[in-house]
Unconditional design. Structure first.
Lengths: 10, 212
């Protein structure tokens, strides 16, 4: 899974 | 959320509002690069498309909407409401020189080959260089008004504070986002020259002037 497939920053 | 991230976001919001308030109160867009503002609008629109399908927090959603609306408003003020005051003659940076490379980089570096992830990568790369038309304009006119300098300082500080946030997140949660980190470092480096002038001139009560 991509390390940052879930983008929680702006 | 940690203190660095929060301070970064506050700095980012501050920058956006300093610029909007400056244009609104002076009823003038003089010295502001409309091209940089168009690039930032593209950045926010490309990155925050996830508003429609992913909910992270109320804070996140509000901030995203705020950045999209504020950047659209800024572009509107520069190109429509106060168009007569916009200094287009000095705003000549070719934006395709940053748009095309950002797009190419997004096709090379991304977390998955989906439309939204490509748009996200593209926005990260574009954000790193979106300020170039504004910096180019300051160099060309040889100076920047103090409020414009405060805007640039707040905008530059935001990504610098994010770097501290990434270091913190790496050690506390093992979070590492190589695309954002690399682009963020490039973005911060672009402001270094300006930071130096800001500290040595503006903070000492002088106007920011660039030697030709």
């Amino acid at each position: 899974k991509a390390p940052n497939s879930f983008h929680d920053e702006l | 959320m940690n203190l660095f991230r929060l301070m970064g976001d506050v700095s980012h919001v501050l920058a956006v509002f300093i610029l909007l308030a400056k244009i609104w109160r002076t009823r003038s867009a003089a010295g502001i690069s409309g091209r940089s503002q168009i690039l930032f609008t593209i950045v926010y629109l490309a990155r925050y498309m996830d508003l429609f399908f992913s909910f992270i927090s109320l804070y996140n959603t509000v901030m995203k909407l705020l950045f999209i609306s504020a950047s659209c408003a800024t572009v509107y003020l520069i190109y429509f409401k106060f168009r007569a005051t916009y200094d287009g003659n000095h705003d000549t940076f070719r934006i395709e020189f940053v748009l095309v490379p950002s797009l190419l980089l997004a096709f090379i570096f991304h977390y998955s080959m989906s439309f939204f992830e490509l748009a996200w990568s593209f926005s990260i790369f574009l954000e790193a260089v979106a300020i170039l038309p504004q910096l180019f304009m300051v160099t060309k006119t040889g100076e920047a008004e103090n409020i414009t300098s405060h805007y640039l300082f707040a905008l530059g500080s935001y990504r610098a504070l994010y770097i501290l946030n990434w270091i913190y997140r790496y050690y506390t949660e093992g979070h590492f986002d190589p695309i954002a980190v690399c682009a963020g470092i490039v973005q911060t480096i672009l402001y270094c020259d300006f930071f130096y002038l800001y500290v040595t001139k503006v903070l000492q009560g002088r106007k920011l002037q660039v030697l030709p």
